[in-house]
Ligand binder design. Structure first.
Ligand SMILES: NC(=O)c1ccc[n+]([C@@H]2O[C@H](COP(=O)([O-])OP(=O)(O)OC[C@H]3O[C@@H](n4cnc5c(N)ncnc54)[C@H](O)[C@@H]3O)[C@@H](O)[C@H]2O)c1
Length: 285
């Protein structure tokens, strides 16, 4: 039964990640249901999808027909029960709070078909713990997409302790079907991506603190010396200093001292310097 083909995908959350995931699934031909807790969030998600699809059409990477049929494949609802009732795959992209994820997975498990795969887009929380909220932990997997979802090629597949091989194979096939390049990582705090990305950001902030070089020169070091498309401090400004601090706190608690958040970062967050979204971080916008 767990081998059943995926035709219908339900995305929980219509925010930054959720609407992007809904979009790529619809473009790939899946029937999509997007669920959020408020109609306004669903409307905003659909507006985001429409704007992004328009951009693809104007760049001739999608035809007007493909745009229209992708949009026609996306339904929205505020009801969790309606959203997951016929799903073959549920992808959760709700806020990064364990209590909220556990409550949601309990409800999804109760209403989704027995064959359905359940996935979480968490960037740092334990997939094993989330899977434990369901009666089907072997069919629960991390599908960690990157922002902006329609552009970024990577899909980090996270294997929880009780996840089975069939689930990983289905996840890999799904990744290819939506045009993503998968990597498979065992469930360990920070997986492969967040763990390395955070340590680089953390060390760059310590270097600013120690007066080693200016933020612009530290970023240039990585961009020109190591071919990173964006230096670690620019990236921290983009993601949000508060968001990065929260992930560092989590990894510090789980993995130890190398992730201890620099005092400078704490001070900047206290001062409301959150990066691009507040107009100031390591740079001024
Ligand atoms: N933003 C990123 O760059 C990024 C990258 C990778 C992974 N993630 C992960 O993706 C997840 C979502 O992040 P985001 O940035 O899209 O958040 P977001 O705040 O932009 O969107 C979350 C959405 O979920 C909705 N929501 C809240 N409770 C809900 C529920 N019970 N059911 C359905 N919807 C609900 C909110 O109304 C909101 O629209 C988090 O786990 C985050 O760690 C984020």
């Amino acid at each position: 039964m767990s081998e059943e083909a995926i035709e219908r995908v339900t995305v929980l959350g219509a925010g930054t990640m959720g609407h992007g995931i809904a979009q790529i699934c619809a473009v790939a031909g899946y029937e999509v249901v997007m669920r959020d807790v408020a109609q306004a969030a669903l409307d905003k998600g659909i507006a985001g999808i429409t704007k992004s699809l328009d951009k693809f059409v104007s760049k001739e990477r999608l035809s007007a027909d493909q745009r229209a049929s992708a949009l026609s494949r996306i339904k929205t609802t505020e009801s969790l029960e309606d959203a997951v009732r016929d799903a073959d795959l549920v992808v959760e992209a709700i806020p990064e709070r364990m209590s909220l994820k556990l409550e949601t997975f309990r409800a999804v498990d109760a209403h989704a078909p027995a064959h359905a795969l359940l996935a979480t887009n968490t960037s740092s929380l334990s997939v094993t713990e989330i899977a434990g909220a369901t009666g089907r932990p072997a069919q629960v997997v991390g599908l960690h997409f990157f922002n902006p979802v329609p552009i970024m090629k990577l899909l980090e597949i996270v294997r929880g302790l009780r996840c089975d091989d069939a689930t990983i194979e289905r996840a890999k096939a799904f990744a290819s079907s939506v045009g993503k390049e998968p990597i498979v990582v065992n469930d360990w705090p920070g997986f492969a991506t967040s763990r390395l990305g955070i340590i680089l950001g953390c060390e760059a902030i310590r270097m600013v603190e120690q007066g080693v070089a200016s933020p612009a020169d530290i970023d240039k070091a990585m961009e020109l010396g190591y071919r990173h498309p964006m230096g670690p401090l620019k990236l921290t400004d983009l993601v949000g200093l508060d968001v990065r601090l929260a992930i560092m706190e989590h990894l510090y608690a789980e993995l130890g001292d190398q992730f201890r958040p620099p005092t400078l970062l704490r001070q900047m967050v206290r001062a409301g310097k959150l990066g691009r979204k507040s107009g100031e971080g390591f740079y001024t916008y």
